[in-house]
Design a protein. Structure first.
Ligand code: NAP
Length: 224
């Protein structure tokens, strides 16, 4: 990583995991650009492309965090719903990586972390486009790691289990949350700051050899 103040772009930094990542990277000395939905709506891919091509400076770290998960069973799902989730969670990440990856590679360094999910490798009823988008994100990360690795850019995915954020509260009532907690080895949901800690390692100067990985952080939820 270069010997100057580091810069980062974090999507979805307004709340939840993204806000914790912004705080943590700021504490670590990064100058963080966290565009809100008004500046960068990830459901509009043409806008995402334009934004990524124009943004300055080329970031040292790119955290692809923003995502949506509106539960709906496949039989009731509209095509529009399916495609929108794929655009926000996966296709916008492709646009950001393909615009910014080459610029990071030209600098000879850079770190990208995508916030995936444990549902990238598990199923859950009502989470069709969400699970598919996160599985796609894992694959995108592996390919980007191979394509940009020779130029010093490290690319990884982080797969949280259940983290106490608006998204989790929106999709699970208190009983469901208690049940999810009891399904983990640690008996509790994660906190956004705990995910931010892993992200900060992956996109920071201390990470020199982890790339192309999907790192699970779920309190042991996937052990069973
Ligand atoms: P959250 O509290 O719902 O926050 C979502 C963030 O994404 C917000 O900043 C939101 O902006 C932004 N966002 C959503 N749609 C957007 C769009 N079309 N354009 C731009 N920004 C958009 O979610 P979270 O729980 O922190 O989740 C963050 C990431 O972690 C997501 O990718 C999620 O899939 C993943 N994850 C979460 C959990 C969990 O248990 N919470 C588990 C596994 C993975 P606004 O404030 O404008 O709405």
């Amino acid at each position: 990583m270069p010997d100057r103040p580091l810069t980062a772009i974090v999507t979805g930094g307004s709340r939840g995991i993204g806000a914790a990542v912004v705080d943590r990277l700021t504490t670590d000395g990064f100058q963080v650009n966290a565009p809100g939905r008004g500046e960068l709506d990830l459901s509009n891919l043409a806008t995402v492309r334009e934004w990524a091509e124009a943004v300055e400076p080329t970031p040292d770290a790119l955290v692809l965090n923003a995502g949506e998960n509106i539960p709906c069973r496949l039989a009731e799902m509209t095509t529009e719903h399916w495609l929108r989730t794929l655009d926000v969670n996966l296709n916008s990440s492709f646009e950001l990586i393909r615009s910014l990856g080459p610029r990071m590679a030209a600098e000879g360094s850079g770190r990208i972390a995508a916030i995936s999910s444990c549902f990238s490798f598990r199923g859950r009823s009502g989470r069709g486009p969400y699970a598919a988008s996160k599985a796609g994100l894992n694959s995108l990360v592996r390919v980007a790691a191979l394509e940009y690795g020779p130029d010093g850019v490290l690319v990884n995915a982080v797969c949280p289990g259940f983290v106490m954020t608006d998204l989790t509260r929106q999709n699970n009532d208190d009983d469901a949350i208690a049940q999810l907690a009891s399904g983990t080895a640690l008996g509790r949901l994660g906190e956004p700051e705990e995910v931010a800690e892993l992200v900060a390692f992956l996109v920071g100067a201390r990470n020199s050899y982890v790339t192309g990985q999907t790192m699970v952080i779920d309190g042991g939820y996937s052990c069973q």
